[in-house]
Design a protein around this ligand. Structure first.
Ligand SMILES: Nc1ncnc2c1ncn2[C@@H]1O[C@H](COP(=O)(O)OP(=O)(O)OP(=O)(O)O)[C@@H](O)[C@H]1O
Length: 265
């Protein structure tokens, strides 16, 4: 069986009387591509904060890339993890050149300052921008890009350090239909690349699951409703339980779609 890159055992996160994550047990292994689905407030971002070594649980054990959280220097661990999130995107200066947005990830900074980058870093940044389909934007400033273009630049940035674990928090949020489809196709290409890192994608929508994703975790009110191979987890019954309404679910040409089941209205 492939090596685990992320292991959560009975992980609970509390803030005062509120339970954000409730005894979550989950293992992600090398080569796997996971989607984490759940309604607003389910705890998805909290789960990614744990997975990216940004947050310690109130109780339970977390293993990231073979290291037990609490016994390891998180500043050594974080560069081995690629992360995209709205919070990180907000930190990218709008006047920054796209190529520099990507290359500066190698140094763990946002905003090019006084770092010296070598030619190899620039070549790698250009390769990654090509991989996500925005090579032609390398010399533009980040602030001039469309939301969809920005999302793809963020994926390239997250891949710059050659991470062993890639975490994408709602990368399709705010995209129009074309932007979403472009991103889904980029992520699908990545999912099929055997050299790509183990990936976890957080989303609200089954329509955003890229073909090639292998596993799913359904989260509701901080609890795991179901987790495992995507075909076993994504059933009408389990999705309806997760989102708290009767849903019909279709799967065609590798893509999923869900809508309210009108027969139950
Ligand atoms: N410091 C805090 N104190 C109390 N409750 C909190 C705190 N931080 C987060 N929460 C709550 O924890 C729950 C889970 O938040 P989280 O951001 O992980 O959910 P999410 O699934 O990512 O939601 P969304 O889909 O809306 O982004 C939410 O109900 C949120 O209001």
């Amino acid at each position: 069986m492939p090596t685990p890159v992320l292991e959560l055992a009975d992980v609970t996160v509390r803030r005062g009387a509120t339970v954000l994550l409730d005894q979550v047990t989950w293992v992600v292994r090398e080569g796997e591509r996971w989607v984490v689905l759940g309604p607003n407030g389910a705890g998805k971002t909290t789960l990614l904060q744990i997975a990216s070594a940004q947050l310690f649980p109130s109780s339970g054990l977390v293993g990231v890339l073979g290291e037990l959280m609490g016994t390891v220097d998180v500043f050594e661990l974080r560069p081995r993890i690629g992360l995209t999130s709205a919070a990180l995107a907000d930190k990218i200066p709008r006047q920054e050149l796209v190529r520099d947005v990507v290359v500066s990830a190698a140094y763990g900074v946002t905003g090019r300052w006084r770092e010296q980058y070598d030619d190899l870093d620039h070549e790698r940044a250009d390769d990654l921008l090509r991989e996500v389909g925005v090579a032609h934007l390398a010399a533009r400033t980040f602030g001039t890009l469309s939301e969809g273009e920005r999302k793809r630049v963020q994926v390239a940035r997250a891949l710059m350090t050659d991470p062993e674990l890639l975490l994408l928090d709602e990368p399709a949020a705010g995209l129009d239909l074309g932007g979403r489809e472009d991103l889904v196709s980029t992520l699908s290409t990545l999912a099929h690349d055997p050299d790509a890192p183990a990936t976890v994608l957080v989303s609200h929508h089954v329509e955003e699951i890229p073909p090639g994703f292998t596993h799913a975790l359904l989260l509701k009110q901080g609890r795991v409703v179901a987790e495992g191979p995507v075909d076993e987890v994504l059933t009408e019954q389990q999705l309806s339980a997760t989102f708290g309404m009767p849903l019909t679910l279709t799967h065609a040409d590798g893509r999923w779609a869900a809508r309210r089941d009108v027969r139950h209205r």
